[in-house]
Design a protein around this ligand. Structure first.
Ligand code: HEC
Ligand code: HEC
Length: 459
C-alpha cells in the first residue's frame, strides 16, 4: 500500500531519476563533436564545384549607370563569394571564439555582436588594453561588397583587414605564433581545419587559412531583404507613406544623401570629407589623410553603408552621435559647421545646407528604419572548439554565455587565461529622440522639387 509519505518519496525518487537521465542526456549532447555545416548559408546556392554563390534579386537588374542615383532597380556592385560551406562554418566558430585573442577574453563578436548589428553599441570599443579605441566598430553586414575596409579605407581585403584587430595590442592583442600555437594545440580545430582545407599541406593550420575562413564567414552576412528592398522590387505596400516620403527626401537633389549613400548598397564606397565632430576634448581624426598622405583627404572617411543602420547606434567614426535623429540633423547644420577652429578641411561639394524641415528629418529617420533586415543572421554557436564561452567579453549582457560549454582542450587550457568575469550590463543607449523643435517658425516649403526626383518605379 502506498501512503502519502511513500508517495512523496516515490515522486522525489522519480524526479531524481528523471534529473539523472536528463543530465546524462545533456552530457552526451555536450560531448558530441562539433561538426561543420555542409550547407550554404541562407541566400546562397551550392555551385557544381561545391562553393556557395550568392543569389539575390538585384542580379536581375543591370548596371548602376543610366538609372539615376538613388534609383530602386539598380544592380549591386561585385561581391565576394565562392567559399565552401565548411570554410564559412569554420569561420563562424573562429569569429565567436575568444581563443583568437591573446588573453582568451575577446572574440570578434565582442566588438561585432549580432545583437548590435555586428557593432558593439559603444561610441568606441574597449579592447585588450582596457582603453577606448580611436574609432567606433563598423557593422559587418554586407562587407562582401566592400572594396576597401576600415573607416579610413586603408585595407583592401578582408584577409588584410583582419590582421589589424588580431594583432593590435589595444584590440585582441595576439601574435601570429601565439595564435597558431593555440589553434594547432587544439584537437578540435586541427580536425575542423583539415575538413575545411582537405587539399592543404599536412603541416598544420596556417595563418592564411584562419584569415580566409574568417573572410568566408563575414561574406555570408548578407542583408538585402529589408522592407526597402521589397519596395524596390515592386511591392508598393512594403513602405509606409512616411517612409516613402523619407526615401524621396533621401534621393532629392536638396538632401543628396543618395549621391554618397547610393542604393542598393547605400554606399558608393568612396572616401568623403564631411566634417563630423569628434567627442569633446578629442583631437581631429585626420582619417584618410594619413593613408594617402594627402591633405585634401584630411578628415575623410569611407562612406558607410546605411543598411541595418537603426541597429548600430551610436553613429559616425567617432560614435559622437547617439541616435539617428542626431546623425541626420548633422547634415542640416551647415557646411563645415563642426570643423574645429584653425583646421582646414576640403569638405565634399555635396555637403551643403539643405535646410530640411524638422518633419523632413523625421521622415529621413523613418526611412532609414526601413533598411533593417537581419533575417540571415547566422546562429551564435552554442560552444566553440576552445571550450571558452562564445564571444567572451561582450557589450551585451545576457546574450553571451548561453552555451553549455565544452570540456576545455587540455593542450589549450595552459595557453589561455580563464574566461573573464562578466561585463556590466549593456551600455547601449536608447536615448529618446530630440524634440523636433530646433528650428521653429520655418516656413513650410517643398524641400524636394518634383522634377528632381527619380520616380521609384519609373525606370
Ligand atoms: C576591440 C574591438 C574589436 C575587435 C575585438 C574586433 N574589431 Fe573589427 N573593428 C573594430 C573597430 C574599432 C574597427 C574600425 C577601425 C578603423 O576603421 O580604424 C573595426 C573594423 C573592422 C572591419 C572593417 C569594416 C568596414 O566596413 O570597413 C572588419 C571587416 C572587422 N573589423 C572584422 C573583425 C574581425 C573578423 C574581428 C576578429 C578577428 C574583429 N573585427 C575584431 C573593433 C574590433
Ligand atoms: C558627401 C557624401 C555624403 C553625403 C552627401 C551624405 N553622407 Fe552620410 N556619411 C558620409 C560619410 C563619409 C560618413 C562617415 C563620416 C564620419 O564618420 O565622420 C557618413 C555617415 C552617415 C551616417 C552614420 C553611419 C554610421 O554607420 O555611423 C548616417 C546615418 C548618414 N551618413 C546619413 C546620411 C543622410 C541621411 C544624408 C543626407 C541628408 C547623408 N548621410 C549624406 C558621406 C555622406
Amino acid at each position: 500500500m502506498i501512503n502519502a509519505t511513500n508517495a512523496r518519496g516515490l515522486t522525489a525518487t522519480l524526479a531524481w531519476i528523471t534529473a539523472l537521465i536528463t543530465a546524462s542526456g545533456s552530457a552526451v549532447a555536450a560531448a558530441e563533436p562539433i561538426r561543420l555545416s555542409e550547407r550554404c548559408p541562407p541566400g546562397f546556392a551550392l555551385s557544381a564545384t561545391g562553393t556557395c554563390e550568392l543569389r539575390h534579386l538585384y542580379q536581375l537588374y543591370d548596371s548602376l549607370q543610366g538609372r539615376g542615383v538613388g534609383g530602386t532597380r539598380t544592380a549591386l556592385p561585385a561581391h565576394r563569394d565562392g567559399f565552401t560551406p565548411r570554410e564559412i562554418d569554420l569561420g563562424r566558430h573562429l569569429f565567436f571564439d575568444p581563443v583568437l585573442s591573446g588573453d582568451g577574453r575577446r572574440s570578434c563578436a565582442s566588438c561585432h555582436h549580432p545583437a548590435l548589428g555586428y557593432s558593439d553599441g559603444r561610441a568606441r570599443p574597449v579592447g585588450a588594453a582596457g582603453t577606448p579605441l580611436r574609432r567606433s566598430a563598423p557593422t559587418l553586414w554586407n562587407v562582401a561588397f566592400l572594396t576597401r575596409l576600415f573607416w579610413d579605407a586603408r585595407a583592401e581585403s578582408l584577409e588584410e583587414q583582419v590582421q589589424g584587430p588580431l594583432y593590435a595590442p589595444q584590440e585582441m592583442g595576439n601574435t601570429p605564433p601565439r595564435l597558431l600555437a593555440a589553434l594547432r594545440g587544439n584537437a578540435t580545430y586541427r580536425r575542423l581545419f583539415r575538413e575545411a582545407y582537405p587539399a592543404a599541406e599536412a603541416d598544420g593550420i596556417t595563418a592564411a587559412q584562419v584569415y580566409r575562413a574568417l573572410a568566408a564567414f563575414q561574406t555570408s552576412l548578407i542583408s538585402l531583404n529589408s522592407r526597402y528592398d521589397r519596395y524596390a522590387h515592386g511591392d508598393h505596400d512594403a513602405l509606409t507613406e512616411q517612409e516613402v516620403a523619407g526615401l524621396n527626401v533621401f534621393r532629392s537633389f536638396v538632401a543628396r544623401c543618395a549621391e554618397c549613400h547610393t542604393p542598393p548598397l547605400f554606399t558608393n564606397q568612396q572616401v568623403a570629407v564631411i566634417g563630423t565632430p569628434e567627442p569633446d576634448g578629442v583631437p581631429l581624426d585626420v582619417g584618410a589623410e594619413a593613408v594617402w598622405n594627402s591633405p585634401k583627404m584630411k578628415g575623410g572617411f569611407k562612406v558607410p553603408t546605411l543598411r541595418n543602420i537603426a541597429t548600430t547606434a551610436p553613429y559616425m567614426h567617432s560614435g559622437r552621435f547617439t541616435d539617428l535623429r542626431e546623425a541626420v540633423a548633422f547634415y542640416n547644420g551647415g557646411r563645415g559647421h563642426a570643423v574645429p577652429e584653425g583646421e582646414e578641411l576640403h569638405i565634399h561639394w555635396h555637403i551643403w545646407e539643405p535646410d530640411l524641415r524638422d518633419e523632413e528629418l523625421d521622415r529621413l529617420v523613418d526611412f532609414l528604419g526601413a533598411l533593417t533586415d537581419e533575417s540571415f543572421s547566422p546562429p551564435i554557436p552554442d560552444r566553440v572548439p576552445s571550450g571558452l564561452a562564445p564571444i567572451g567579453v561582450s557589450p551585451v549582457s545576457g546574450v553571451t554565455r548561453s552555451g553549455p560549454g565544452e570540456a576545455t582542450d587540455p593542450a589549450l587550457a595552459d595557453a589561455i587565461a580563464p574566461p573573464p568575469a562578466h561585463v556590466p550590463p549593456s551600455t547601449v543607449s536608447h536615448r529618446a529622440r530630440r524634440p523636433t523643435s530646433e528650428r521653429p517658425g520655418r516656413t513650410a516649403r517643398q524641400a524636394v522639387p518634383e522634377a528632381s526626383l527619380h520616380p521609384p518605379h519609373g525606370e
